[in-house]
Write a protein that binds this ligand. Structure first.
Ligand SMILES: C[S@@+](CC[C@H](N)C(=O)[O-])C[C@H]1O[C@@H](n2cnc3c(N)ncnc32)[C@H](O)[C@@H]1O
Length: 261
């Protein structure tokens, strides 16, 4: 399903966040312009990308085991197995998942995102998070907004600058969710490695991609009014429900899961 304002065709001459991330994860869906940006990023960015993705997988499995069976994932990215629907449908085959991204290359891969179990459902919306009402309107075709939904916004909000109203966008989305829903959000930070973070921001900016890394308190603001699930707002490798977190892994992604009261 394609929604919102008309979107341009894939422009391979310019780097795009989805394809740079695919490069960092060792995927195959990137072009020279994306590789140029990716190659200039510090080695740590690859590890951080993998740790962020691993958090998504743990959080999805935890939500499914808690009985959540509806998911709205915004900023899905190029499919990288296991994708969210594969994780949650393995636990509950009836799970319904709506994926959203604004990069047309993700739409090209939608078949692998739409391979749902027979009892469940998946859908794909090509839309921009800066049009949250458009996303909500289309998500209603697949998800029942009278029952809990997990909204996942993973590694996206650092591409939304302060002038683009990141907190208002998140509030609009969360306000549409019924009690018992969850917000799962991750965001890059400069808190631990300011110099490396400067290099990362500079590299993306030169490639024409605005990056707004945020401090702990700024990321916590996305969760205002919600109740954090333990261990709260932590770095990606520190978010564990069952196994103890590995002691010494550092990561420049803050992650959190919080419940809508
Ligand atoms: C770093 S990737 C993260 C992919 C996936 N969520 C993950 O963490 O593995 C960021 C994704 O957000 C998407 N994105 C960036 N800005 C967006 C926007 N304004 N609206 C929707 N998606 C956006 C990009 O196309 C890309 O696929």
């Amino acid at each position: 399903m394609t929604t919102g304002t008309p979107k341009p065709q894939i422009d391979t001459s310019k780097p795009h966040s989805a394809r740079v991330y695919d490069y960092l994860l060792g995927g195959r869906d990137h072009f020279a312009a994306d590789r140029q940006v990716g190659a200039l990023l510090p080695e740590k960015s690859r590890r951080d990308a993998r740790l962020n993705r691993a958090f998504m997988q743990r959080a999805a499995a935890w939500l499914a085991s808690e009985g959540v069976d509806q998911y709205l994932d915004i900023g899905t990215g190029i499919p990288t197995e296991p994708n969210l629907h594969q994780i949650v449908q393995r636990i509950n085959p009836k799970s319904r998942v709506v994926y959203t991204d604004h990069d047309p290359i993700v739409l090209q891969h939608a078949e692998s995102l739409l391979a749902s179990t027979a009892d469940g459902a998946t859908d794909y919306i090509e839309a921009d998070i800066r049009e949250p009402l458009v996303i909500l309107e289309h998500a209603r075709a697949t998800l029942d907004f009278s029952r809990p939904i997990a909204l996942s916004v993973i590694a996206l909000m650092h591409f939304i600058t302060d002038g683009q109203d990141p907190y208002g966008i998140t509030r609009t989305l969360v306000d549409a969710l019924p009690s018992g829903s969850y917000l799962v959000l991750t965001q890059g930070t400069a808190d631990f490695h300011p110099q490396l973070a400067g290099q990362v921001t500079g590299t993306y900016t030169k490639g024409g991609i605005a990056l707004r890394l945020r401090a702990h308190a700024e990321v916590a603001r996305f969760f205002e009014g919600l109740a954090f699930v333990a261990p709260g707002l932590v770095t990606a490798p520190q978010w564990y429900q069952e196994a103890p977190a590995p002691a010494d892994e550092d990561c420049s992604f803050y992650v959190g899961v919080a419940r809508v009261p």
